[in-house]
Every structure is written in structure tokens, then in C-alpha cells.
Design a protein around this ligand. Structure first.
Ligand code: NZQ
Ligand code: ZN
Length: 392
């Protein structure tokens, strides 16, 4: 049965090859001072920076730059961004980049005028915003996180070895997002593939929970089928517009809050993945791919019917003459074969995890209770060891 919920998503999207025109329109709604936030320089190499700056100048904006947002943005960078935003008295934060830049922009938007320490308030204590929020707009250049249409904002504190996401309400969602699939063509293959699995993981985190038959499950199966189909094409030809545009759209729907409405969700793969990220600074999507198969094998007996449904409806496993468990396990085997085919990282060793880190990673993983099995610390360590190639 679907639970009760309210739903709204305030982010306005502009999608397609001409999507940047939307920026011109949107800029009319904000004051003069714009904080232009971006990463390590990819937008300067591929020409997106020039296009955005030209539009900002034509709109008569004063541009304050905040460059160098790193993948897995840090708390130190957040403090720096808050200073920049206050100094520039900015009316809009324009994030041009991937999930890291977009997440960071949201963190600055709620933190610049926060009187408490934002790391402690939002990330350790998970408190709501009670101060001025600077509006955020986004020009997306990397597909995967869904940050372009949600309130997620993940920040890493390397000193404390914690990587934590705060899921803010819709008052913190980007006001608008520009989605041009062509902007993603220059992504290195490793990042592109990591993004594909991030999308898949977002869907699975919401799919593998609850026993009910509801509309969200059917939507998610459709999103997964589209992703699997298009990602195989994109791996062969990263400039295939049809594939890349479908993937971009799928990523947004995978985590813009819609498919989670009225149902429970899991998120344990992300909790373990984020903890791995805190210890290694590894690429987000690869931290998820490396633990997913061991995790799902581990919880399969507790959610057998859903894993069976997944095998049949997503991976086209024929159920005839097989037990439920055989069907479910065949689904995971096909998923693993697909993951290897597109070149995902399957072992946390490859991400720099050492034996000494295992206990710390397990302790740093928030334990969620919405999935099919509430994990103990020993179970997390066992899953990590399995990813490292040790059979349990
Ligand atoms: O920094 P630059 O030079 O721009 O390079 C970036 C970066 O090195 C590069 N890149 C991005 N667009 C490019 C490009 N290179 C060439 N051409 C382009 N068009 O890609 C690298 C990775 O970018 P990043 O933004 O870090 O990747 P992603 O979009 O995967 O974001 C990861 C962050 O998002 C968080 C993750 O934890 C991680 O911190 N997440 C946010 C979520 C949310 N808001 O809901 C949910 C996710 O589960 C995730 O946790
Ligand atoms: Zn993710």
C-alpha cells in the first residue's frame, strides 16, 4: 500500500541542446551579484565557462568566482565559499559542474548566513535551516547524482573521516537547472561510467525496500531498463546523443524524490560507499559499484520476492523450472556481468581500501533500517571483505 505523502518539486528544468537559453531567462529573476561556482577547470577546457560568462555579462551581472570545488567537496572549501558569498553579497549562486559543484553550492547557500558551524549543524546534528538561504541555479556537466533537482548536499570532513549527506527540503533545491546532454560528452570514461552506476544505485536503493506492489516500483523498473540499454550504447560511443540524453533524463528522475514517495527506502549501499569515500576520497559511483554485489547477495534471502521480480522484470531472467532463489540469484549474476561489461570497479582494494581501514569504514557507515536487513558492524565488515575478494 502506498503511504501518505505530499509532493512538489520546485526546480525548473531546461533540457536539450539549446538548454542554456534558459539561463538568460532565469537570470532576470535575480539581483546583480552572481557567485559562479565551478570545479577544477574542465569547464574552461570544454568551452562551457565562456558560454556561461557571456550570458552573465550580457545580463549585466557582476560575477564573483569560486573555483576549485573538488570531487567530494570538503568542509574547508565550504567555509571558504561562505566567505566568498558574504563578501560578494551574492543574489544567486550559479553552480556549473557535476554533483560536487551542485552539492557544494547548496551547502554554501544554507551556510553563508548560518551563525553556527554548518558542518556541525547540518551534517552532524542534521538540523533544518533557520537562516537566509541564497538561491542556487545549476548548469549540469556530469550526470549521475540527481543533485540538479533535489536537496541533497554531501560534504566530506577528511580530518574526522566522515562523508555525510544532508537531504534538505525543497526550499534548498536548485531554483532552475540547465541540462544539455552535449555538455557531458567531454567527461572522461571513468567518470561517465561511475555516473551510470550512481544512477543505477539510486534506483536500487529505493526499489529494494518494502514488499508492496506500487507504481513507483514499475517506474523504477522502466528507468533501470532504459539506463541499461542506453549505457551500453554510450560506452561504445560516448557522443551518441540519444543515449546520453536518455541517461541524463533518467538520472534526474532516479533521485528527484518522486519514486520514493509513499514507500520505504534502503540507502545502505550509499552509507557504506560514503564511508569508503571518507577514507579514500574515491569516485562516488565506484564506491557504490564495489560493494553492491556483495551487499545484495547478502540481503537477498531477506527480500527474496523483490529480488525475483527484479531478475525477471529488469534482467529478463526466465523463471520456468527454477526456484525463487535461483531466479533471484540469476538476476544478480546478470547485473554483475553488466557491471563488468561497462567497466565498473568491483573491488574496494582498487579504490585504495586497506585491511586496516575496514573497522573504521564500518563504524563510519550510518546504519539505515528501511532495507530488508538491518546490518550489524560485523556484516558490513564481511561485505567489505567480500568486495576485497575474500569469500565469506
Ligand atoms: O572539477 P572538474 O575539473 O570540473 O572535473 C570534474 C571532476 O573531476 C569532472 N567533470 C565534470 N563534468 C565534466 C568533467 N570533466 C570533463 N567534462 C565534463 N563535462 O568530473 C569529475 C567528477 O565530478 P563530480 O562533480 O565530483 O562528480 P559527481 O557528479 O559524481 O558528484 C559526486 C558528488 O556528489 C555526491 C557524491 O557523494 C559526491 O560528493 N552525491 C550527491 C547526491 C545528491 N545531491 O543527491 C547524491 C549522490 O548519491 C552523491 O552522494
Ligand atoms: Zn549516489
Amino acid at each position: 500500500m502506498l503511504g501518505n505523502f505530499s509532493y512538489s518539486n520546485p526546480t525548473k528544468l531546461y533540457f536539450g541542446k539549446d538548454a542554456l537559453h534558459g539561463l538568460r531567462e532565469e537570470l532576470q529573476n535575480y539581483g546583480r551579484n552572481v557567485l559562479l561556482v565551478y570545479g577544477g577547470g574542465s569547464i574552461k577546457k570544454n568551452g562551457i565557462y565562456e558560454q556561461v560568462v557571456e550570458i552573465l555579462k550580457a545580463a549585466g551581472k557582476d560575477i564573483y568566482e569560486d573555483a576549485g570545488v573538488m570531487p567530494n567537496p570538503t568542509v574547508e572549501k565550504l567555509y571558504e565559499g561562505c566567505r566568498r558569498a558574504r563578501e560578494g553579497n551574492v543574489d544567486l549562486i550559479l553552480a556549473v559542474g557535476g554533483g560536487s559543484v551542485c552539492d557544494y553550492a547548496k551547502a554554501v547557500s544554507v551556510s553563508a548566513f548560518c551563525e553556527k558551524d554548518p558542518w556541525e549543524k547540518y551534517y552532524l546534528r542534521m538540523e533544518d535551516v533557520d537562516n537566509k538561504i541564497i538561491p542556487v541555479g545549476c548548469v549540469l556537466t556530469m550526470v549521475g547524482t540527481g543533485s540538479e533537482m533535489n536537496g541533497g548536499s554531501v560534504i566530506t570532513n577528511h580530518q574526522q573521516k566522515r562523508k555525510i549527506g544532508h537531504v534538505f527540503g525543497d526550499h534548498v533545491f536548485p531554483k532552475f537547472s540547465i541540462l544539455n546532454p552535449v555538455f557531458t560528452f567531454t567527461l572522461p570514461q571513468y567518470q561517465m561510467t561511475a555516473g551510470f552506476f550512481d544512477i543505477m544505485s539510486h534506483i536500487l536503493e529505493q526499489y529494494f525496500s518494502g514488499e508492496d506492489d506500487n507504481t513507483s516500483d514499475y517506474i523504477m523498473e522502466g528507468l533501470l531498463r532504459s539506463l541499461i540499454y542506453s549505457s551500453k550504447i554510450a560506452i561504445q560511443d560516448p557522443t551518441d546523443y540519444e543515449a546520453r540524453s536518455n541517461i541524463m533524463w533518467t538520472a534526474t528522475w532516479a533521485l528527484n524524490t518522486l519514486v520514493a514517495k509513499g514507500k520505504t527506502t534502503d540507502w545502505m549501499v550509499h552509507m557504506i560507499g560514503q564511508s569508503i569515500g571518507a577514507f579514500t576520497d574515491a569516485t562516488h559511483g565506484m564506491t557504490l559499484s564495489a560493494v553492491s554485489i556483495p551487499y545484495y547477495r547478502h540481503i537477498l534471502p531477506y527480500g527474496l520476492q523483490k529480488f525475483k521480480r527484479y531478475a525477471v522484470n529488469v534482467w529478463n531472467v526466465t523463471p520456468d523450472g527454477k526456484s525463487d532463489e535461483e531466479i533471484a540469484r540469476e538476476g544478480l549474476e546478470r547485473m554483475e556481468a553488466y557491471m563488468r561489461e561497462i567497466g565498473l570497479v568491483m573491488s574496494i582494494r582498487e579504490l585504495g581500501v586497506t585491511d586496516e581501514m575496514l573497522d573504521g569504514i564500518a563504524k563510519g557507515s550510518f546504519i539505515m533500517d528501511g532495507g530488508y536487513k538491518v546490518l550489524s558492524l560485523d556484516e558490513i565488515v564481511a561485505i567489505l571483505k567480500e568486495s576485497m575478494g575474500e569469500q565469506q
